[in-house]
Design a protein. Structure first.
Length: 297
């Protein structure tokens, strides 16, 4: 790794790649995140009804997703918006897991809810707006559940790594980093997708990195191309919003794919996923080539 990055990120030593720790495999039910398998996480922004969740879960499962997403506690910018079904939503997620075998990821917004959410979810999501809520992060880390840590919308890579370090420092090595777009001067999209951030994270940290093309773009038309870019940048997986009828979704409908769009995207991504070479593999290949070149001299 570049000396300058080692210096820049010296505050978060445990998240950095070392010769002894090149990648972290995050175990979730019967698979790992951060290994050879590309992991797709899909589902609605919010858990709305039993039927909405179950048909979505069944569909994304058939299309190759490994994890069902769905918010039971929603961080909304208006006090008058839908804020999630709470415990009822968690129970529906657990039911969907039972019926499909998918793992479940859902956001925890408050320290008070950590134990309850951990009882139902396989992975705890720390949302963009909570990335700097260190007491929440510590409480979530101590449950021992894997943590899906979303980059704050105004957070630098260093800020994201500092929050990840909080998880590791609390005895939980299982962090999945998520690039979900950041605020810039651009207003044509909801956020600006930082593909370079994904590439950089894969160079400097041993933690798995996933891309969220839904929140990054805000528009469903842009989700498939951003997903491709995420894969090409080295992401270990995707988290995508899918809804049976996006125009009627209770939150984030404009960026949600319907089932046909999700299927088309998964088909479109297959060759990109097949081409993917995780960065640790690339590094080993480069080292082997360099050694061969020296031996030939
Ligand atoms: C979400 O995943 O629905 C969500 C609220 O994401 P973010 O925290 O990235 O805005
Ligand atoms: Mn959403």
């Amino acid at each position: 790794m570049r000396e300058s990055w080692l210096e820049q990120f010296a505050e978060t030593p445990d998240v950095l790649i070392t010769p002894k720790r090149e990648r972290t495999l995050v175990p979730v039910r019967d698979f790992v995140v951060g290994g050879d398998e590309f992991i797709t996480i899909a589902g609605p922004c919010s858990v709305e009804t039993e039927r909405q969740l179950l048909v979505t879960a069944e569909h994304v499962c058939r299309a190759g997703a490994r994890v069902l997403r769905g918010g039971a506690f929603k961080p909304r910018t208006s006090p008058y918006s839908f804020h999630g079904l709470g415990l009822e939503g968690l129970k529906l997620l657990a039911k969907a897991r039972e019926e499909t075998g998918l793992a479940v990821v859902t956001e925890v917004m408050s320290e008070c809810d950590v134990e309850m959410v951990a009882e139902y979810a396989d992975i705890l999501q720390i949302g963009s707006r909570s990335m700097e809520n260190y007491s929440l992060i510590e409480a979530a880390a101590r449950t021992g559940r894997p943590i899906l840590l979303k980059r704050g919308m105004v957070a630098t890579i260093g800020d994201l790594l500092r929050s990840a370090q909080f998880v590791l420092s609390n005895g939980n090595p299982h962090v999945i980093l998520c690039e979900r777009g950041i605020r810039t001067f651009e207003t044509a999209m909801r956020n600006t997708f930082d593909a370079a951030g994904i590439a950089l994270l894969k160079e400097i940290t041993h933690l798995p990195v996933i891309a969220d093309p839904s929140h990054a773009s805000g528009y469903r038309d842009l989700v498939p191309p951003l997903a491709r870019i995420g894969i090409a940048a080295g992401a270990d997986g995707l988290i995508v919003e899918v809804h049976p009828d996006p125009d009627k979704a209770w939150s984030d409908g404009e960026q949600s794919l319907n089932f046909a769009e999700f299927d088309a995207m998964m088909d479109d991504l297959a060759p990109w996923i097949a081409l993917r070479e995780p960065s640790w593999g690339r590094r080993h290949a480069a080292e082997a080539r360099a050694l061969e070149a020296v031996e030939c001299l």
